[in-house]
Every structure is written in C-alpha cells, then in structure tokens.
Design a binder for this molecule. Structure first.
Ligand SMILES: Nc1ncnc2c1ncn2[C@@H]1O[C@H](COP(=O)(O)OP(=O)(O)O)[C@@H](O)[C@H]1O
Ligand SMILES: [Mg+2]
Length: 322
C-alpha cells in the first residue's frame, strides 16, 4: 500500500493526537467553497480527468488523487457510476473482499477529479468519529470536523468502507445526507452543513458477511444505488494479476485457475474464495523469486483455511495447476 493511500484513509482509530498533528498543518478556516453547479447542471465527466488543484489553501489537498489508479473495467460499472455521480446518487458497492471495490472508487474519484475521503468502518466507531467533535487545545476548545463533515462541507466523495461493521446507531448519521435534504446537522456545534454540490457518499459491503445482527437497515439501503462486484472472468483477472505484480501471463493464468477451483468450494468448507488481492500477493512473491508452490501456500491457502483436510486439498490443487 502506498503512503499516499495511507494518507487518504481516515481511520477513526488513529489516535486523536495524530489527527491533531495532521490538522495543524492545515489552515484553521477553509476558503469558502467555490459555487459549484447544482447537480442537474453538473459538468458531464469526460474521459480526461479534471486537473487536480495545487492551491496551498486547499483543505482537501491530502485527499486528491493526482495519478491515475489502474482499474480494469469489467462491465459497464464506470459509465453507471458516472451517471450516478451526475445526479449525486449515493452508491453502494457490493461484493466479496479483494475484488476491486476500493480500487474502483479510487479510480472514479480520480476520473471525476474529486477528492476521496475513505473511512474504514468498525464497531467502535461513533457518530462523533464521523461527524466531528470539540477538541481541547492550548487556546481552549475548537471544533474539528470528522471525515463525513469534512467531505460534506468541502465537496469530497466520502467512502465508508465495510459499512456493516459500524453500529446502526452510527450509520444513521448519513441519512439526512443521503436523501433530498443533503444536510448534516452538527448538534453539538449548533450548525447545519448543507452539503457541497460535489459531495457524494459511497459505501462498500460484503453481502456474504452480514448477519441478522450486522446488516444495514432497509431505511439505509434504500438511500443508495447498488453496483455488484465480483471476481472478474479469468482472462481479465489474469490481466489484472499480470499488471499488478509484473508476473508473466502464463503464471497469472495458472494462479487464476487455482483461485477458480477454490471459489467452487465456497459454502462447501470455505467461507470465502481466493480473492484477486491474494492472487496478486502470490504473483508478487513468485516475481521476487519465491518458489511458486511455497508462494501459493503462503499467499493463497494458509490465509483462507484452518482445516487440515481443506488445506491439503488446496495444496494439491496448487501442485496440479503449477
Ligand atoms: N478491476 C480491477 N482493476 C484493477 N485492479 C484490480 C481490479 N480488481 C482487483 N484489483 C486489484 O486487487 C486488489 C484488491 O482490490 P480492492 O479494491 O482492494 O478490493 P476490495 O476493496 O473489493 O476488497 C487491488 O489493490 C488491485 O490491485
Ligand atoms: Mg476495500
């Protein structure tokens, strides 16, 4: 993971002091957001991304994506997302882990020329972690916008990754931002943020993981448009593995065959199949000279099963295909 990605990801678990240090280098007051067009007259996205801003007062500078993140489209998801962004429809990216959801949203933010603020959701996350809180410093108290308020105020795409991990009483804070109101009341501060016209909420979730205890309320789900993601078909997946690891196409194809084999075992002893992300790990090890069988054991088999029989079955599949 590049340093740049780390900076774009806002983890509520990041210690408050680290967040404060990050903020200190930023101006206290943001420049008034430039009057952006209303959603209906928003400029049509072109294939060339909007130039990234380099203005030193740009409070969202750390969240802008200046280099194109590689994304291999698999169907019409790019066009559908562009259309959804034009009408500022909140979007839900559904699919198993490691199949390209995060990469897709990074690519789309770059393509649309919008900053991206990512929040890794977890069950300890509170509404204040999203919305903001008063902090105590040498001069008394000052308000600090949380990632959702920052995105809404200044016009970023706010990506709530693995939203089902958050508690439902936390998730509801996005409701007034994800319907026609597009507002975020900051109760503790006595302010109502009217979302910047560029603002959009995107959430990701893995439908396999949800349980009765951990699922989104219908009232949350029905505020979003949904895009399905899955592992790409094998030629495309081999192309992605080749691109990301630098491995030759032949080995990339064999790795994809192993993954397809394991994916067929989902629900028959495996909770989740081997993801594209895992294939890239295996390929990267092989590319650095690790023995292919050892690389597959480490990167593909051991992480997904603790069951000795399943482990042996997958190990022998690896031996067969390599
Ligand atoms: N369609 C794709 N185009 C480019 N890279 C992809 C694609 N799908 C998966 N990847 C690769 O797989 C890795 C894992 O994908 P990621 O977006 O992190 O998965 P998710 O967010 O769905 O868990 C990415 O870092 C990227 O290297
Ligand atoms: Mg992800």
């Amino acid at each position: 993971m590049s340093l740049d990605q780390f900076y774009r990801t806002y983890s509520p678990r990041q210690p408050a002091s680290a967040r404060y240090l990050n903020q200190r280098s930023m101006p206290q007051r943001a420049p008034a957001p430039s009057p952006a067009p209303a959603p209906s007259s928003a400029p049509a996205p072109s294939s060339a991304p909007a130039p990234a801003r380099t203005d030193s007062n740009d409070i969202l500078a750390a969240y802008r994506i200046n280099e194109q993140p590689y994304y291999r489209s698999v169907a019409d998801e790019v066009e559908l997302y562009e259309a959804a962004y034009l009408v500022r429809m909140p979007m839900m990216l559904k699919g198993p882990t490691g199949c390209g959801k995060t990469r897709f949203v990074e690519h789309m933010a770059w393509k649309l020329g919008k900053p991206l603020i990512t929040v890794a959701c977890n069950e300890d996350m509170t509404a204040s972690d999203l919305v903001g809180r008063f902090l105590l410093d040498a001069n008394g108290t000052r308000w600090q916008d949380g990632p959702l308020a920052l995105a809404a105020r200044h016009g970023a795409i706010c990506y709530l990754d693995e939203i089902v991990e958050a508690r439902q009483d936390t998730t509801v804070v996005i409701h007034p931002l994800t319907d026609a109101r597009r507002i975020l009341p900051l109760d503790k501060k006595g302010e109502v943020i009217h979302a910047h016209p560029d603002f959009q909420v995107v959430i990701s979730y893995n439908p396999g993981y949800q349980s009765l205890m951990k699922d989104l309320k219908q009232s949350t789900k029905q505020r979003f448009g949904g895009l399905d993601f899955n592992y790409p078909e094998h030629e495309v997946e081999a192309e992605i593995v080749e691109h990301e690891s630098g491995i030759g196409r032949d080995i990339a194809k064999k790795l994809v065959q192993i993954a397809e084999r394991a994916r067929n075992l989902k629900g028959h002893g495996l909770d989740e199949g081997i993801s594209t992300r895992m294939l890239i790990y295996a390929a990267s090890l092989i590319q650095r000279g690790v023995d292919p069988l050892a690389a597959c054991r480490v990167a593909l088999v051991r992480p997904i099963t603790d069951d000795p029989d399943m482990r042996d079955a997958l190990d022998s599949a690896v031996t067969t295909y390599l």
